[in-house]
Design a binder for this molecule. Sequence first.
Ligand SMILES: [Zn+2]
Length: 392
Amino acid sequence: MSKHPLKCPECSDFKKLEIFWVRYKKEKNKQLDINIPFFICPTCGHKKPLYEKEYYDQMTEKDFEEMEDGEMLDIVFKYENKKFPRYNHLNLIYSSEDYYLIPGLFRDEDDGYLTPVFFDKDILLYYNNHPNYSVKFGSFSSCNIYYQGKPLFNWGFGINRNGKIFKWLGDLNEDFKDESMLPHLKRFQASNVKSDHDIFSKFYLSQNPFSPSDMFQASDNETQLFIIKNEVDEVFYDKYEIKLTKIHIEDYFEYYKPPILEEKEQIFNAYISLNKLIIENIQTDLLKRKLIEKFKSKEINSLGSLKTLEKFLLEFHQNDNYEIKSILSSLYVLSDLRQLQGHFSDSSFDSRYNFCKERLHLNNDSTHFQVYETLIKELIKSFTDIKNLMNI
Ligand SMILES: [Zn+2]
């Protein structure tokens, strides 16, 4: 399998393009300014220029020979600051360096189609809060906007590691062709921001695959959580003729509003919905009935939904390879986070919030969004474990 060209040689992360301004000087006041592209790993800092240092040294040496004393020049490469005239009517800013230098984007016909155009993520708030629109995240790094249940844009958007959303210039041109899209174009123009040259995301990998595994990216967010939770419902039904939860999978996508920004209120409101969907909807009474039928157990009446589920798995699916309490840990954390909503000013808030972070293996200084993302990943893991445990 071929290795992705952005894959860091030192760690498991992927590198990003960064462009550094460098000034070369020579005696008699000769000066050359040059922008040098590097590929840098955000995790371990591994850094490599587009061309080796010798290339730039030789190039500037040659230019200095032809320069007059006291002359100052900028070297501009062909890939820099280029405009693609066929897209001028869109009035969007972008960086042609991205198109020419980020692996997989340049095409022989040189039409700039796959140039990434960046937008502030807060544009999604408008659509997420509007009654006729919704925003759905296929993963933590891809999303689309829907109008009355139908996608408003083909292929959707990528979300990069700095939380900016982006989409290809050529696709935007297609999307905004229809006159009815003009108000949307205006809104997007207002949120259009300068490129930060990072497009690493599931969106980029699946659209510009370097290997089959790039192409088929499993989701890592709520979408995946709801799918796996639905599978657990099916396993329960196969074994006990009851579903674990009352609600159907389509209802999740209708009901659930994912948090968009690093904003406490938004993220804690998402915990309320998540808790309602996957914990409060557990069919506790039916689980208890099964427990009573089999074990004539009476002391379960007072148990809440999570404790009942724990008891049920312990009684029916105890297995030495699984520690049921730790499988369910992420659900207990969700339940605790939900309790914290509305108690932001309580004196115990920080210590209780930190205890949630600790159980997610996060530091106390983790951001609200990091807690949210990690919780979702852990919940996916919990439901996968429940499914595997029940299938033994
Ligand atoms: Zn690295």
